[in-house]
Ligand binder design. Sequence first.
Ligand code: PGA
Length: 253
Amino acid sequence: MSLRLPIAAGNWKMNLDRASASELVRGLRQGLAPRGAVEVLVFPSFPLLGEVGAELVSSPIGLGGQDLHPEESGAHTGDVSAGQLADVGCGWVLVGHSERRHDHQEGDDLVASKVVAAARGGLVPILCLGETLEERRSDRTLEVIDRQLTAVAAVAPDEMVVAYEPVWAIGTGETASPEEAQVVHRFLRRRSAELWGEARAEALRILYGGSVKPDNAPDLIREIDIDGFLVGGASLDAEKFLAIIHACGESAA
Ligand code: PGA
């Protein structure tokens, strides 16, 4: 049994408005024990952070940003800094999500500098990585994962979370099978041990993401190296997200 506290993180992407986000949070709060066996996090888009943060006061749900800029402040129109995220109540931030890597051409070096900025600003980075369909088909999955993880080798803070999200599984309804995901998660833990030592690798929480739903979550979470989920679409529905959180909790109990 894993001693790592599982994480269920909801990545809301560019969805919801203040009213629907508040309603979603209220639905989640109603369905959660005051301090459960799962760390629950939500990642609203920037304009919603204040409103959602206010709804989360004295709740067990943590708040995070979907991205950040490497600099602390300055002339970076459209960007936000770690300090600004922390100021509105964030304790977490997604870094290197595949939609950022793809839509904004974010490369490994930029992602590494964002990990640095997150830690400097007191946020826990969730480093997202994963292969495209083409990379998987040409048998380069582990090579790509290795490159994306190694890019942060020298800068990763003790408190970091990794999310394996195969690009071909995000928002497509396709999921890696539990066995396929476990192969990558095992590899990530082994590589982490080489990079940062056994103790840190054992404590590292490695999430799976990509079309996680209430019906596939129980089988995925049973894998020894899957420590929770980064959930997109299903996290926009309180009932579905709660079912996924529950699946994480059952396995941790
Ligand atoms: P999905 O998104 O659950 O809708 O596939 C996951 C993610 O992008 O984090």
